[in-house]
Design a protein around this ligand. Sequence first.
Ligand SMILES: [Zn+2]
Ligand SMILES: [Zn+2]
Length: 260
Amino acid sequence: KWVERTGPGGFYGVYLLFCTNPRFRGRVYVGFTVDPVRRLGQHNAGKRRGGAWRTSGRGPWEMVLIIHGFPSDIAALRFEWAWQHPHASRRLSHVTRRASREPQFRFHLRVLSHMLRVPPWSRLPLTVRWLRQEYRQDFLPGLEPPLHMPVAFGGIRKVKRGQKENSHLSQCFECREQHDGPPLRCFHPTCPTATHAPCLAQSFLQGEPEHLIPVEGHCPGCQNLVLWGDVIRHYHGCYGDLEEGPVSSSQGHWADDLQQ
Ligand SMILES: [Zn+2]
Ligand SMILES: [Zn+2]
């Protein structure tokens, strides 16, 4: 269970749709997905093709923003719910209600910026990704996402994985035991350190044992300070210029994907 909460999972995203139909223009919709491209197609195809009833017949919708990097589908679904119902969440009791002149889109960005700055979400290795440049807005001063959450631009595409040598862990640097699945690896070029996800999380959390998910720590091999989110993003193949590939349900589990 602990592994599920700290280890790298598949692609879990919470997105914001913007309605471009002139009759309903300005409406927004918050949803959860493991496959953003397919999900947007469903919304625009209507409810008989799997779209939500609130978006059915009101398209076309644009997916303008997605938050990804959640450690599990449950974590992402809780985030989705709070973003949809900010005034029902005690974590967001300081967020004022939408004034009638405040556009829905602005309001949802305001709620989002508060959400990213309060626990439990403020500790997650999330990425804030603008999918459509023309909708991009700056976060309000003082309400920017935490420094460990990158703000990214552009679509999400699948990354072909073929690094066989990355698929097997010879020995975990922390516990010295072997493991069947692919390890977390330090991304510093000359550092060979590989660990189990829970072992590295435990090492990073030595100073704050009350938490389950680390924010940053020193690589046990090269001692460089690294962000937990960067280690996870590196694991997913999207560190640097590469982009994260969503894992669609038809592709099976992420571990299968890595071992191809
Ligand atoms: Zn280990
Ligand atoms: Zn290292």
